[in-house]
Design a protein around this ligand. Structure first.
Ligand code: AMP
Ligand code: MG
Length: 403
């Protein structure tokens, strides 16, 4: 057996980021920025009002209430041609450019109308309710750094800077296929010995959550010919391939045998429970080979090995540098027991939530068998249990938060 860290390193080293591409902002959410973004325009580009009200000279209001003559109106999107002079004010709307001469805005709620005058009821501070040129972004500022994972607000900032497209590491296409003669995927009645296929839906959803694009490559029977055809098909259509099943010690575990024949393959026995077997292969002869992540077939094992091993490598291919989830500390509310002495790290499925003590608490989702996906379905965390008896209620544990 090799350690989890060693397995993660081998898999990551075999995966490299794809070449950056320019995409529309709308296609960039969740992608990693591949350039620094420098502002060629200021935000805001001109001094403007942050309130609907009156633009005026603040010194005119020291004896408020005062009457000022209204000499114009400035809606957003227009520029006043006249200057504001002593004793004058202009009606101004939020976002409209400040007229020359004025140095403050009084909000409309603190005014009243008296014929063609406005009565200013409060004393204005110089600069109040004025947003200055560049007070968010100045020309020449580096607004976003290469490596930033783009969130909705980043896209808003890019739009505000006038950027239409942005250079990012592209979303990659991940083919998903499952293997096993016993599997049924079309909803037809189960014949004796058959079970329903579960992993494709699970893995496609997990891929979607990494911001990659899943491609369903179907269900493949346990023959080397079918597996080879499926791998070759994937090679032309995917950046990486995730398979489930066929990597254990059984006589029909042909994923690893087929991969071994077709490409560079590393077969691992990892010191974790669940998800001990894992196959990692590189297929193709181009300069960018296609990584193949061969996950074990038991659905919980598939899920855990995707989380711990495939997901960080997929993130690397999409330009991320923070690859692993952070192990955070939590209090166990239920016993989390395990078999001691197998030399493996246990990853138990838990529901994690913050409690009124301000701490994160975890509770077991129930039975932890690697075929018992229903018992793990509500889990939003994986607790790491070192070799030993496990933990009792009140003990502190490390947990990876999955959402
Ligand atoms: P394998 O890794 O192929 O030896 O499969 C291990 C166990 O997982 C067996 O009990 C399989 O029937 C089951 N299994 C494999 N693939 C799937 C799948 N796609 N959906 C549900 N169960 C599966
Ligand atoms: Mg199988």
């Amino acid at each position: 057996m090799i350690s989890l860290e060693e397995a993660q390193r081998i898999v990551r080293d075999g995966c490299s980021p794809r070449r950056p591409v320019e995409v529309l902002l709308r296609d960039a959410l969740g992608c990693v920025l591949a350039q620094d973004v420098v502002a060629h325009e200021a935000i805001p580009p001109f001094a403007n009002s942050s309130m609907d009200g009156y633009a005026l000279i603040s010194a005119d209001t020291t004896k408020a209430p005062v009457h000022l003559r209204v000499t114009g109106e400035i809606p957003a999107g227009t520029v006043a041609t006249d200057r504001v002079l002593d004793g004058q004010a202009m009606r101004i709307m939020t976002g409209a450019p400040m007229p020359l001469g004025a140095d403050a805005v009084v909000m409309v709620e603190e005014t009243s109308i008296d014929g063609s005058d406005v009565v200013i009821e409060t004393v204005a501070r110089p600069g109040q309710f004025v947003r200055n040129v560049g007070d968010d972004v100045a020309i020449g500022d580096t607004v976003l750094r290469s490596g930033t994972v783009l969130r909705p607000a980043h896209l808003g900032v890019l739009a505000a800077l006038g950027e239409q497209r942005v250079l990012v590491f592209p979303k990659i296409v991940i083919g998903i296929l499952s293997s096993g003669d016993e599997l049924v995927e079309d909803g037809s009645p189960l014949a004796p010995g058959q079970i329903r296929e579960a992993n494709k839906e699970l893995l496609m959803a997990l891929v979607e959550r990494t911001n990659a694009t899943p491609l369903n490559l179907g269900l493949v029977r346990d023959t080397e010919e079918e597996l080879e055809a499926a791998f070759m098909d994937a090679l032309g259509r995917c950046d990486a391939l995730v398979t489930s099943g066929g990597v254990s010690m059984g006589d029909y575990d042909l994923v690893k045998a087929t991969l071994d024949r077709l490409g560079e393959m590393q077969w691992m026995q990892i010191a974790i429970q669940p998800a001990k077997p894992f196959a990692f292969g590189l297929l193709g002869d181009g300069e960018e080979k296609m990584p193949v992540f061969g996950l074990p077939g038991n659905p919980v094992s598939s899920m855990v090995s995707f989380e711990l091993i495939a997901r960080p490598a997929i993130k690397k291919m999409m330009g991320h540098t923070e690859l692993d989830r952070t192990l955070v500390s939590a209090i166990a509310d239920t016993p989390l027991r395990r078999r001691a002495g197998d030399g493996k790290i246990n990853w138990q499925r838990v529901v994690a939530q913050f409690a009124s003590d301000g701490r994160l608490h975890v509770a077991s989702t129930g039975a932890q068998g690697s075929h018992q996906l229903a018992n793990s379905a509500s889990a939003n965390g994986l607790v790491r249990l070192e070799d030993g008896p496990g933990v009792e209620p009140g003990d502190e544990v490390g947990v990876l938060l999955l959402d």
